[in-house]
Design a protein around this ligand. Structure first.
Ligand SMILES: Cc1ncc(COP(=O)(O)O)c(C=O)c1O
Length: 392
């Protein structure tokens, strides 16, 4: 028997990138060597000292029971210490921290927490697709904020229709940005706080790439702006900072009412994460951070190698300031999808077509710096062989 899905499930947007994964796997089955730069999955392992801490913690019988519903106090305290150390932001561990099963979970939950059917959310376009999943589940509506090169991939608040600003209840932001690799400065976040206060909009800042800033520039936390806690929360994941994407651990910090709403929904859906995980996460956040510096250095040299080579073959591409992505303008005469298909089929290089992230992603493809420098150079060489670009 086939049981019909609920209307809520039917509203979920199509997983755009499932098609790309399928195409790649077909070519691999035919025996082709595909350089896979299409997804955002960190390629390097979790630093060994964090893995060892998990192994040790797994032996502790105290963690074999249910964890406290809202997570262990020691982890919440460590998260506050981390924000104080990294950003000079003071937080209350009892009211301003929620522990989550990865930030993807939190990014979908937030719409259930704050939006009623018909409510309006402001959403970056292009943007991380899962924001939309939560909005659809909540039966809410969106007003899209285009991110364009002319505005350095920041939303132009002056262009948002006045009626949308009045109606909007929630705004999603993400810097360093997936997919455009743009970063935001304090001035931008100060302006965001001002706008949010004026129009009573809750800001959700997705800080997934918070650790990944290049050229010595540390990415700005939204919570570093004065008054930010009055109007929003920031979500931080260990997935990218410590290559812990498979572990599923993240947290939200900031506005106490929003944190309470996240904790409340999680009281009903989960019992908190395995205690050993929480201990290992606390260790990752507090111990020597050399592994993070090394990771940033690795992505930065991959960026330099890849971008340098693409420019050398005649592809005029901008240099990203953060994340592990590069946002590449497609050459004249191709759509994003046509160009991504060409790279996959003829050069065996997989990239993500920009239109999968929204209408304003058209004209770009996203490549992840998620393979070795040698393989990234090999990708650039394969692209050169297509003969599309001409050297200056
Ligand atoms: C912008 C952005 N937010 C959130 C996530 C999800 O991270 P997590 O592993 O914490 O679910 C990703 C993962 O790729 C991302 O790119």
């Amino acid at each position: 028997m086939d049981f019909p899905f609920s209307d809520a499930l039917k509203r979920l947007p199509e997983q755009f990138f499932a098609g790309l994964v399928h195409k790649v796997s077909l070519l691999e089955k035919e025996g082709h060597d595909i350089i896979k730069l299409g997804q955002g999955n960190p390629d390097l392992p979790t630093p060994q000292h964090i893995v060892d801490k998990l192994k040790e913690a797994a032996d502790n019988p105290a963690y074999h029971k249910y964890s406290p519903f809202r997570g262990f106090d020691f982890l919440k305290q460590v998260i506050c210490d981390f924000y104080d150390r990294e950003y000079g932001v003071k937080l209350d561990p009892t009211t301003e921290v929620a522990i989550m099963f990865g930030s993807k979970t939190g990014l979908v939950e937030i719409s259930q927490c704050l939006l009623n059917p018909g409510d309006l959310a402001l959403l970056p376009d292009p943007g991380y697709p899962d924001y939309m999943s939560g909005i659809e589940l909540a039966q809410a509506r969106t007003s899209l904020m285009p991110l364009t090169a002319e505005n350095e991939f920041l939303p132009n608040y002056g262009a948002i229709p006045a009626s949308d600003l009045e109606e909007a209840k929630l705004m999603f932001l993400n810097y360093p940005n997936n997919p455009t690799a743009a970063t935001a400065d304090q001035k931008f976040f100060d302006k965001t706080v001002e706008l949010a206060k004026k129009h009573k909009i809750c800001v959700l800042h997705d800080f997934a790439y918070g650790a990944l800033g290049f050229d010595g520039e540390k990415p700005q936390s939204f919570l570093q702006s004065e008054g930010s806690k009055e109007v929003g929360v920031e979500m931080y994941t260990l997935s990218k900072t410590y290559n812990m994407a498979g572990w599923r651990i993240a947290f939200a910090v900031g506005n106490a009412s929003v944190i309470e709403s996240i904790n409340l929904i999680q009281d009903h859906v989960y019992v908190s994460l395995f205690g050993g995980m929480q201990e290992a996460a606390a260790y990752a956040l507090t111990t020597d951070q050399t592994c993070v510096e090394e990771l940033v250095h690795t992505y930065e040299s991959r960026r330099d190698a890849f971008i340098g080579h693409l420019r050398a073959i005649g592809w005029d591409v901008p240099e990203p300031k953060g994340t592990f992505f590069v946002w590449l303008p497609v050459p004249h005469g191709y759509t994003s999808e046509e160009f991504a298909d060409l790279l996959l089929e003829k050069a065996h290089v997989a990239v993500a077509p920009g239109n999968g992230f929204g209408e304003y992603g058209e004209g770009y493809v996203r490549a992840g710096l998620l393979d070795t420098e040698e393989r990234l150079l090999e990708a650039a060489k394969r692209i050169e062989k297509l003969g599309i670009f001409s050297k200056a």
